[in-house]
Ligand binder design. Structure first.
Ligand code: WT7
Length: 646
């Protein structure tokens, strides 16, 4: 069993050490004027004009924000633009021969695209999609691993003004089918398979199964990655054939209203069903472009690398849309950090002279565990700025990252945001603010957020409460704009958004994040729903009852623990395999539990409610506290002894 080696309250001290941004960094930073906070506050919401002005608009917007008091909100009303034009076409006059994408595939395989090459492939694929019948209200599902064709397909959809729906390639056929069906998506772009850790992994079979499972007819484009002579049946077309047939085609970018959908993406909701989040063309793109510039300090001449997967929001915002909107070179890596050796990432940083590197705290903790000798083998002096996202970054990992990856010199930004927020809302501005290791930072200029107690009143500095965002922001999704879902009109009538994160704020306005307050489990920066996991486990033959909790984990921050009470006559080993299989089938291997603990019964209150708090304490090897509300307190001893034996 693992337990977090950082005590949780290490993060809520008020007397944090501070680190000044180095002068050499400030001198060259995109945003370095401390007055930016006051200016944005004074001019809110007009301040966000600055973000929108990073984009090229076909029709200028008539205002910045409509509906400031409450939904429906509209950012940049009247404005029209195309995201693909903003990410590609407008850069051509100045940098058509500059690299837009640098792709590192499985060992030895790499490919680059200049902005002109990206323009050509995106146009050809957009023409192909149009010929397949893709039209305005369609949703194109993209189920690809980290290959250049993934951003190409996204940008081709954007060019046609059609929403894409990227589904993480590691998700199962069931998970893909649910996401296609809920989006009523009739087009799917996938591949035969791909390479992972040096071996081929099949992908098309999952797409086939999803296609059979959904109600609608689906046309499928298949990218040949493995070179196997795959059989393509009816309604399947080969990606390369399509490109060849449309080589040289040019597709006029379709002008979209600022609030029109750019894409949809699913995240774990609290109900167990994946929650659809739709992001907009103008507000979202302005917000990701501005934060790429102000927080990640991206310059067009940079080589920038975010090691996330495009299948998650991080990759949408900060591999594809933000960096390309700024005209920089963005790195795509289809591989794992420790294959073939644990210095793989540092080898690539050196090879491509990466300027800015953005990753997850879980990755940093893994680097730390593997040892400083791996980065030490490489010249990492090209790095100027480091960032993290996805979960709380503890002070120790922060210091290690800065020291051993950043050479003790690079500023490190700990950026907080969510699938729903679309772009970063809380972080330090590296050219302005001092950093506090273990603390994320302040709400960005133009972002209003505070920490409140249950009654909605601000808590005192350094006291834990719930973070609420009290003003709209440009990257907000459609449902918040419309006020149809999870925009919380609280009793006092003031609009606020609840991200469901607990946090504290110190006297300087810096936010420390303490974890989720809903039923989500954040494993390595990926969000899973407790309900979805539990219903999957409970659906396995032989499982009488199941409860799933998140427990501390040294590397992934949190790990999934499943507590299972079996029906009579079912053996542990068979059940364990069935449970793992069910989770892999329903969600994918990424949600496989760290531990499955068998117990004759779950701890329950007298009214029969499972006390997950106690299971979390057992998993964390913590003191159980008061168990008097339990009907069956004796069960805890049994569970403790069976976990101790694992
Ligand atoms: C949840 C959102 C945004 C892309 C990655 C995850 C947690 C995110 C931080 C951070 C502490 C963080 C929150 C948030 N989270 N960044 N810097 N410090 N926690 O996106 O799957 O939508 O999850 O991740 O709990 O609510 P997501």
């Amino acid at each position: 069993m693992t337990s977090g080696d950082e005590p949780a309250d290490d993060r809520s001290h008020s007397d944090h050490a501070t680190v000044e941004p180095p002068e050499w960094f400030v001198e060259q930073a995109n945003v370095s004027d401390p007055a930016v906070y006051d200016r944005f506050e004074r001019e809110w919401p007009d301040c966000w004009r600055e973000a929108a002005s990073l984009l090229d608009w076909d029709e200028p917007f008539e205002g910045v924000l409509c509906g400031a008091e409450g939904p429906p909100f509209e950012w940049f009303p009247g404005g029209r633009l195309n995201a693909s034009y903003n990410c590609i076409d407008r850069h051509l006059p100045e940098r058509k021969n500059q690299l837009a994408l640098v792709w590192e595939g499985h060992l030895g395989e790499s490919r680059t695209y200049t902005y002109l090459e990206l323009y050509r492939e995106v146009n050809a694929f957009a023409a192909a999609l149009r010929e397949l019948g893709v039209g305005e209200d369609d949703v194109v599902t993209i189920y690809l691993p980290m290959v250049p064709e993934l951003p190409v397909a996204m940008l081709a959809c954007a060019r046609l003004g059609v929403a894409h729906n990227v589904v993480f390639a590691g998700f199962s056929a069931d998970a893909l089918a649910t996401r296609m069906e809920r989006a009523d998506s009739e087009y799917l772009v996938t591949c035969d398979g791909y390479y992972r850790r040096g071996s081929a992994v099949a992908q098309k079979n999952k797409a086939d199964n999803a296609r059979i499972a959904v109600e609608q007819d689906v046309s499928v484009v298949v990218l040949d990655r493995l070179g196997h002579d795959i059989h393509l049946g009816d309604d399947y077309v080969d990606y390369h054939d399509l490109l060849a047939a449309h080589e040289g085609a040019e597709v006029e970018p379709i002008s979209r209203a600022a609030g029109d959908p750019l894409f949809r993406i699913y995240t774990s909701g609290t109900t167990g069903r994946p929650k659809a989040v739709t992001h907009t063309t103008g507000g979202y793109l302005a917000h990701v472009a501005w934060t790429s510039q102000a927080v990640l300090d991206i310059k067009p001449e940079d080589t920038y690398w975010c090691s996330a997967d495009i299948g998650w929001i991080t990759g949408h915002s900060y591999i594809v849309y933000g960096p390309l909107a700024l005209g920089t070179t963005t790195v795509l890596y289809n591989g794992t950090p420790d294959h073939p050796e644990k210095d793989r990432l540092w080898e690539l940083v050196e090879q491509y002279a990466v300027d800015v590197f953005y990753t997850a705290p879980t990755a940093v903790r893994a680097f730390m565990k593997w040892g400083k000798e791996h980065p030490a083998k490489h010249d990492l002096s090209s790095l100027r700025l480091l960032g993290t996202v996805g979960e709380p970054m503890d002070a120790r990992a922060w210091e290690w990252y800065r020291e051993h990856i950043g050479g003790g010199e690079c500023p490190v930004v700990d950026t907080w945001w969510q699938t729903e927020t679309g772009a970063i809302l809380v972080s330090t501005l590296p050219g302005v603010d001092e950093m506090k290791p273990g603390v994320a930072g302040k709400p960005l200029p133009g972002v209003e957020a505070t920490v409140v107690d249950r009654s909605g009143a601000d808590v005192k500095p350094n006291e834990a409460g719930e973070l609420v965002v009290t003003q709209p922001w440009p990257g907000m999704p459609r449902s918040l704009l419309d006020g149809t879902d999870w925009g919380v009109p609280p009793s006092d009538g003031e609009w606020r958004y609840r991200p469901e994160d607990s946090a504290s704020m110190d006297g300087d306005g810096y936010v420390t994040f303490l974890g989720r307050i809903d039923d989500a489990i954040n494993v390595a920066g990926r969000r899973f729903s407790t309900m979805e996991l539990e219903s999957t486990v409970a659906g396995v033959d032989g499982v009488a009852e199941a409860a799933v909790v998140g427990a501390n984990h040294e590397t992934t921050g949190t790990a999934i623990y499943a507590f299972v009470s079996p029906e009579d006559g079912y053996g542990k080993n068979g059940l364990r395999a069935d449970i793992e299989g069910a989770i892999v089938e329903a969600i994918g291997g990424i949600a496989r539990p760290e531990e499955i603990v068998f117990t004759p019964d779950l701890p329950k209150t007298r009214s029969g409610k499972v006390m997950r708090r106690l299971l979390t304490a057992v998993a964390n090897d913590e003191d159980l506290g008061d168990t008097s509300a339990l009907r069956n307190p004796e069960i805890l001893g049994e569970i403790q002894s069976s976990t101790a034996g694992e």
